[in-house]
Design a protein around this ligand. Structure first.
Ligand code: NAD
Length: 256
């Protein structure tokens, strides 16, 4: 069977867990070699082991996307492992509860909490983009990049100001990067997941899952694999004329 990404190389950040892990597995299933990056090597290695168990080819890389040198080294390591970079999924992210800002309105959010969410969720994507685009330009063969935004990159949400601002920023950054690099055939898109079953949403679902699900036309959470399908398609040649979109995969949340 041939895959959508046979012979391609792909880099995934936040690849140890949730959506990133599912995307790494989907890239491998579609025939790509996968560089799995996450904060710790052990986390990335767990996903690599799953890929290798399915006869895929993958390498694990430790990288904190808030450190520019580490991001440069991550891209260099992926290129060294696979000889080039064709696809990238900039997906690492954190939620307000991870900076002790859950349930806080704007005046209550500590400046440090605001800065950390922006640094990981928005500037982290920018750091990845700049090093990936630089590599793809050097290769001169184009490329496809997907950034993880969110439905909260398209609409607001109470008590999530830094997260919502960062994700709206990712959408704007994606559109501008798409325009900047279209002539070099580097496509840049964003995926905007709705509420997805991952460790990130466990706490939110416990607190107000009933109210959230009442707002989702499909009446359920999505799975990480359902986001991964959109990501690998956007990275494939089947999406050859698609760039600069912010694609909601959300069970209809933003349709109403
Ligand atoms: N789960 C959802 O409902 C949902 C909805 C919309 C958007 N998202 C976005 O999807 C992305 C993935 O989230 P998830 O739900 O899979 O969460 P998750 O917590 O399961 O996975 C996030 C991964 O990112 C990694 N990470 C965090 N900070 C990092 C850093 N500084 N450098 C490198 N890696 C780092 C974590 O170690 C973890 O493996 C995030 O950007 C999140 O904002 C999630």
């Amino acid at each position: 069977m041939t895959g959508m990404l046979d012979g391609k190389s792909a880099l995934v950040t936040g690849g140890a867990s949730g959506i990133g892990r599912a995307a790494a597995l989907a890239f491998a299933r579609e025939g790509a070699w996968v560089a799995v990056a996450d904060l710790t090597l052990e986390g990335a290695q767990r996903t690599v082991a799953e890929i290798e168990a399915g006869d895929g080819k993958a390498v694990a890389i430790a990288c904190d996307v808030t450190e520019d040198d580490a991001v440069a080294a991550m891209v260099a390591a992926a290129v060294e492992a696979f000889g080039g970079l064709d696809c990238a999924f900039n997906n690492a992210g954190i939620a307000p509860f991870q900076v002790n800002a859950a349930g806080q309105k704007i005046a209550d959010v500590a400046p440090e909490a605001w800065a950390r969410v922006i640094d990981v969720n928005l500037t982290g994507v920018w750091r990845c983009l700049r090093h990936e685009v630089a590599q793809m330009r050097r290769q001169g063969t184009g490329g496809a990049i997907v950034n993880t935004a969110s439905i909260l990159g398209l609409v607001g949400s109470p008590t999530s100001s830094a997260y919502v601002a960062a994700k709206h920023g990712v959408v704007g950054l994606t559109r501008t990067a798409a325009a900047d690099h279209a002539e070099e055939n580097i496509r840049v898109n964003a995926v905007c997941p709705g509420y997805i079953e991952t460790p990130m949403t466990e706490e939110t679902m416990r607190r107000r899952g009933g109210r959230i699900m009442a707002r989702v036309p499909m009446g359920r959470m999505g799975t990480p694999g359902e986001i991964a399908e959109a990501v690998v398609w956007l990275c494939s040649a089947r999406a050859s004329f698609v760039t600069g979109v912010a694609w909601a995969v959300d069970g209809g949340y933003t349709a109403i």
